[in-house]
Ligand binder design. Structure first.
Ligand SMILES: Cc1ncc(C[n+]2csc(CCOP(=O)(O)OP(=O)(O)O)c2C)c(N)n1
Ligand SMILES: [Mg+2]
Length: 931
């Protein structure tokens, strides 16, 4: 709208929409206009409408005109960017309700202490690290929130949820220190989580500070996406009548550099589409990230404005502070706004690393008329022209508008300075992100700039400062928080216990399927259906699916419990006449996420931490293609762990050969290994439906009754076969990770011999060579078949063990070994694996996963141990062919067992060759990993 000619615009900053993105204002500047007179006429016409009929009417007219023009062939005319000024004009700002001076003083004190925490930690040793510059840029954005907006849980309000920028943690600790929640000793324990009891975690971490931090945010992007799904989940809880979440807000304080993460921006359309007006993002646009400018050559605020507006958000820009107001009010010709929109972020960063004279020369000096306009201002006054994110009035106005906005999420784009107040030690400097020290001179300047009542000695010692409890500052601080319900952040650790169903609920799974062949995926769907019908916890079950319900045979649930949609179903579903039609419903129970594993696991986290954030336990069952699990969203899996999430993740159609037709990018052979390293995740690979039922029932008990902060990863398969009834006494072994399914000398899988650790050999036992075969998931069935081959073809006896979890066995092995090491003179304890396999001969394991999975227990197998596994890239073929190719089928199990016996001298090697020939194995086939 700024034509670039001298005589044109009478634009004021409050008539906002431009018809071109701001970038093009830059490039189509003066000289590009072919008919300036005509342009002027048009613009004057707009001005006249604004003046006589108001901005609303002008907007409508222009909208219609643009529609018309586009219809006539102009092509798209962008309307996503507004001029590079504040969205809220000064005349529409509400009065600041607080005491501005007291707040400024309080903020200065928090600033000082936040800096002192890092400086003191690094005086001890630079090993500890920490960040100063980020909090200094975000201080006003936080303090306005703490003093006026962010509610803590109280009788009349269940509290807002605030996701903080992870590496701004010193500022939060500094405030908690003033509030009396943290002692100076604790501040000195910053980043010393091991050596100092009560030491403060480097970043927000519910695992390490369970009564303080609610959300682990420092892995950039994680706070962003999880906050969106948190807000959505709160609407879900409200719609389903489980928790009152109306009026509660989710605030996410994020970085502008962070917005480069796909997780940060990848789900913003979800928030727009679902009209999450309980969600407010504040993006701290300090224009810098770690290495340098976020967008040196353009403006990050413009880019984000367009992205968010396009995604359906309410966008509030807080670019300039109040000191600019008079200059902008004078800017009737739009020259200042034009120059504002021409300077790029690289320039803006440099301005703030220099001084007033530099800004006069290089900013105002871009236009001789502007330079003249600021002639009467001193360099000092020019230097003090502030940015919006450092102006409490502007920030307050934005927050005030955001909490009142209905029907859309709000993003506040607040322009700040990275390292604000650090002067030459960091302000606006390229290196500021990592500055952990300040020179003595910089510290003294900081003291002077923020008017802190500290002596030079106190400053140089970086002493913490806290005014007396009855000082006006401290009284004010307490009053503000009292009004808002109490301290923040604060995390609840428990919720009301729930009664969970007993194992009998899954009677069908325990009794076996007889002749019927089903998959564990089908078994799971039946378990889920039974749970959904359960009176106690049915309502609390949250099925989460990323567009795979039909793959897993779950479409029956669409109709049964409905798919959650905030607007219900606005259309007649194509399959309406069918029994199991696609039913969207405001009270729907399924979270059908579409194709987003990152979004789905964010929902899983929201539901699985509901016990803490909403005082209501929910039970998420997140079911997805196992291949698109850990390896795709590993960082979010860690966040689930850090966040003490409770629930079940189900890796559907798992295994490298069981999901056979899909091939390369579907066939998962390694996610079990990845999950085995998550400290609070129990990962299982069951073969039979009773195993699945036992694991799920125990998980419910442990998570919902005992309130253990653990979650489960369970793999499900799509291969159909018969399931035997549960052998007596198998439960304990199923949960610990292995049990004996078949004893040597018996056939079939239902032997009633002892399931667990070693028994004394029965005297009737023959002297035939013996082996022990381990199998997990569907490949357990190959181990069973191999036992038959070995007996029939080679007279070898075999015990067959169902290994439900190599990971749990490993955990037990590690713990036991550690105990033994530290108690060398006590009676040594054998790990569970060692007990189980104590006296049965060589051991062979085969699984549908890489060898690394079964290898997890190698250290504690008290015999020759041979591992088969599906290493290599997945591929598509018949299961039989694939299992042969990857060398994990019954024939290979048998050959591996014979070879182990031969190596022990119990058989002649020629017998192994005989087996290789008999089973038509090509001994010179290439390694499956190489083809
Ligand atoms: C996923 C991830 N990658 C990298 C980092 C390391 N890191 C921490 S802060 C930071 C820069 C953040 O910049 P910005 O988001 O703009 O925040 P600011 O400090 O400028 O407010 C980086 C790269 C991280 N924490 N997480
Ligand atoms: Mg930044």
């Amino acid at each position: 709208m700024y034509s670039g000619t001298d005589q044109t615009v009478t634009e004021t900053p409050d008539s906002r929409m431009t018809t071109e993105p701001a970038q093009s204002i830059t490039h189509n500047g003066a000289g590009a206009d072919v008919d300036a007179v005509e342009t002027t006429e048009w613009i004057e016409a707009v001005d006249a409408v604004v003046e006589h009929d108001g901005p609303g009417r002008a907007r409508e007219l222009l909208r219609r005109a643009i529609e018309r023009a586009q219809h006539a062939g102009t092509g798209p005319i962008g309307t996503l960017n507004t001029p590079y000024v504040n969205t809220i004009p000064p005349e529409e700002e509400p009065d600041f309700p607080g005491d501005p001076e007291l707040e400024r003083r309080l903020r200065s004190i928090v600033r000082w202490n936040a800096m002192a925490i890092v400086i003191r930690a690094n005086k001890v040793s630079s090993e500890l690290g920490g960040h100063i510059a980020t909090y200094q840029s975000v201080a006003t954005l936080y303090e306005v929130g703490f003093n006026h907006f962010w509610r803590a849980p109280a009788d009349d309000h269940a509290g807002d949820l605030v996701y903080f920028q992870g590496h701004s943690s010193p500022g939060i600790y500094a405030r908690s220190f003033l509030e009396g929640r943290l002692s100076p000793e604790q501040l000195d324990g910053f980043r010393q989580e091991v050596s100092r009891p009560g030491g403060l975690s480097s970043y927000p971490h519910p695992w390490l500070m369970p009564h303080f931090w609610q959300f682990p945010t420092v892995s950039l992007g994680i706070g962003a996406i999880t906050s969106i799904y948190q807000a959505r989940f709160m609407k879900y809880l409200q719609a389903r009548g489980i928790a009152e979440t109306e009026g509660r807000k989710v605030w996410a304080q994020l970085g502008d550099g962070e917005m480069d993460e796909p997780e940060a921006v990848g789900a913003i359309a979800v928030a727009g589409r679902e009209q999450l007006d309980n969600l407010i993002w504040v993006i701290n646009c300090n224009l810098q990230r770690l290495d340098g400018p976020v967008r040196g050559n353009s403006r990050i605020i413009d880019e984000l404005e367009a992205d968010f507006r396009g995604a359906g958000w309410n966008v509030i820009k807080v670019v300039w502070g109040s000191r600019w107001d008079p200059l902008l009010a004078q800017d009737t010709d739009g020259r200042l706004v034009r120059v504002m929109g021409e300077a790029v972020d690289g320039d803006y960063q440099t301005y703030k690393s220099r001084d007033g004279a530099y800004v006069r020369e290089h900013f105002f000096g871009r236009d001789p008329v502007l330079r003249k306009r600021v002639e009467n201002m001193s360099d000092e006054e020019i230097w003090l022209l502030n940015r919006g994110g450092h102006d409490q009035q502007k920030v307050y106005s934005a927050y005030h508008a955001a909490v009142r906005h209905k029907g859309q999420p709000t993003v506040i784009l607040a322009k700040t300075i990275k390292g604000y107040g650090m002067g030459r030690a960091g302000e606006g400097q390229m290196i500021t992100h990592q500055a952990k020290k300040m020179t003595e001179e910089a510290l003294l300047q900081f003291r002077d700039r923020f008017e802190l009542p500290l002596s030079d000695e106190q400053v140089l010692a970086a002493e913490y400062y806290k005014p007396s409890e009855d000082s006006p500052e401290m009284r004010y601080l307490r009053e503000c928080r009292e009004r808002l319900g109490g301290w923040l952040p604060a995390r609840r650790t428990r919720a009301r216990k729930l009664e969970v169903p007993r194992l009998e609920l899954f009677r069908n799974q325990l009794e076996g399927t007889g002749e019927r062949e089903i998959s564990t995926t089908m078994a799971f769907v039946r378990i889920l259906a039974a749970l959904l019908r359960d009176k106690q916890i049915g309502r609390r079950v949250v099925p989460v699916v990323p567009d795979e319900s039909r793959t897993f045979g779950m479409e029956g649930l669409f109709r049964q419990v409905g798919i959650y949609s905030p607007v219900g179903q606005l259309y007649q579903p194509q399959d309406a006449a069918q029994l199991m039609f696609y039913k969207e419903d405001q009270q729907g129970q399924i979270l059908e996420e579409g194709i987003t594993e990152a979004g789905s696991i964010s929902s899983f986290i929201a539901a699985g931490t509901s016990y803490s954030n909403h005082g209501e336990q929910m039970v998420p069952f997140y079911i997805y293609y196992s291949m698109f699990g850990y390896q795709r969203v590993g960082d979010l899996v860690w966040a689930a762990g850090d966040n003490r999430t409770r629930g079940f993740m189900l890796g559907g159609t798992a295994g490298r050969t069981t999901l056979n037709g899909e091939g390369l990018q579907h066939a998962d052979g390694h996610n079990h290994v990845l999950f085995s390293v998550v400290p609070n995740c129990r990962a299982y690979d069951p073969c039979f439906n009773y195993e699945l039922a036992v694991i799920i029932q125990s998980g419910l008990e442990r998570m919902l009754v005992e309130q253990e902060d653990a979650f489960y990863y369970i793999t499900l398969m799509n291969e159909n076969y018969q399931h035997p009834p549960m052998p007596k006494g198998a439960e304990e072994g199923i949960l610990r990770g292995m049990y004996r399914l078949r004893s040597s000398g018996t056939r079939g899988s239902g032997s009633s011999r002892s399931r667990g650790p070693s028994r004394s050999r029965s005297s009737s036992r023959s002297r035939k060579p013996r082996v022990q075969l381990l199998g997990s998931g569907t490949i357990l069935r190959e181990a069973l078949a191999a036992a038959d081959l070995l007996g029939e073809d080679f007279g070898v006896e075999a015990d067959v063990w169902s290994v439900t979890s190599f990971g749990e066995l490993r955990r037990d092995g590690i713990e036991t070994e550690r105990w033994n090491m530290l108690h060398p003179t006590s009676k040594q304890r054998p790990p569970y694996v060692t007990q189980c396999l104590a006296d049965g001969g060589p051991v062979v394991a085969s699984t549908d996963y890489v060898r690394g999975y079964a290898d997890l227990i190698r250290a504690w197998v008290p015999a020759t141990y041979r591992v088969l596994g599906a290493d290599g890239f997945g591929r598509s073929d018949f299961r039989k062919a694939l299992r042969g190719f990857f060398e994990i089928d019954r024939r290979y199990v048998a050959v591996a067992a014979l070879k182990a016996l031969a190596d022990e001298g119990q058989l002649k090697p020629a017998r192994v060759t005989e087996a290789i020939e008999r089973y038509e194995i090509d001994p010179d086939a290439p390694m499956p990993t190489t083809v």
